[in-house]
Design a protein around this ligand. Structure first.
Ligand SMILES: O=C(CO)COP(=O)(O)O
Length: 270
């Protein structure tokens, strides 16, 4: 069984990160089974070479925490959203403080499903990113263009503008604690994975934009993930891009065997 190990430094210090966004799937009982199967499918070396994170629904976080802490499992976990507010009369919301109390390491911010289904604009995304950082959580800030923007050739401008707005108000030091995810909306849940060149083009442009805004040293340490129909078979190609530091995986993260293969591929195995 794989237990906690210190992280190795790769790619200018950027350790590959594979995060499984379970979306609205898995009860807390199912979550325990999935995490156990996942961790037991991976070796200590693999979990050392790539950082593996699961992002269950809120209702499963406590169970995942208990399992990960109790068995000292070498994976991280976090939430799929948080409130921009720290406490108060916000029925149905969950604060960064509550997630920090469950020892979450990560939280997704600005997922396209939150942007489109819940009307979250860049200002909300920026406020949530700041809330995550206030509570010591690593925000996984998502950007990505829809099909029409891509077909019109506006994807780089769209994503860099989303980056600018989503990181508004942050210092360079804050930005070193952020993970970015490029998730083209047309590739999410569609089976239509971006080509490695598509992923690298936008991830590279995001890093260049980070360098312009926050300096090259900051840009060099920020991990940038690709997300959208990632499967084990496509992982190595996608991660070959020099600016692609990992993957944010939806559907394939619900299958322990497939997700373990993705993690293994990111760890440099076959
Ligand atoms: O939205 C995603 C991850 O956040 C991607 O989902 P799929 O991998 O199911 O396309």
């Amino acid at each position: 069984m794989a237990r906690r190990q210190p992280a190795p430094a790769r790619r200018e210090g950027r350790r590959p990160l594979i995060a499984g966004n379970w979306k609205m799937h898995m009860t807390h009982l199912e979550a325990i089974g999935l995490v156990q199967k996942l961790v037991f499918s991976l070796t200590e070396e693999e979990l050392d070479a790539a950082e593996v994170v699961v992002l269950p629904p809120f209702t499963a976080l406590r169970s995942v925490q208990t399992l990960v802490n109790g068995d000292q499992l070498a994976i991280g976990y976090g939430a799929q959203d948080l409130s921009a507010h720290d406490s108060g009369a916000y029925t149905g919301e969950v604060s960064g403080a509550m997630l920090a109390a469950l020892a979450c390491g990560f939280v997704v911010v600005g997922h396209s499903e939150r942007r489109s289904l819940h009307g979250e604009d860049d200002a909300v995304v920026a406020a949530k990113t700041q809330a995550a950082l206030r509570h010591g959580l690593t925000p996984i800030v998502c950007v990505g263009e829809g099909l029409e923007v891509r077909q019109a050739g506006g994807h780089v401008a769209h994503c860099t503008a989303q980056l600018d707005a989503s990181l508004a108000g942050l210092s360079a030091e804050d930005v070193t604690r952020v993970v970015l995810a490029y998730e083209p909306v047309w590739a999410i849940g569609t089976g239509e994975v971006a080509t490695p060149e598509d992923a690298q083009e936008v991830c590279g442009a995001l890093r260049s934009r980070l360098a312009e805004r926050f300096g090259p040293d900051t840009a060099a340490v920020v991990r940038i993930l690709y997300g959208g129909s990632v499967k084990a078979a496509s992982t190595a190609g996608i991660l070959a891009g020099p600016d692609v530091d990992g993957a944010l995986v939806g559907g394939a993260s619900l299958d322990a065997d497939e997700f373990a293969k993705i993690c293994r591929s990111a760890a440099g195995g076959s």
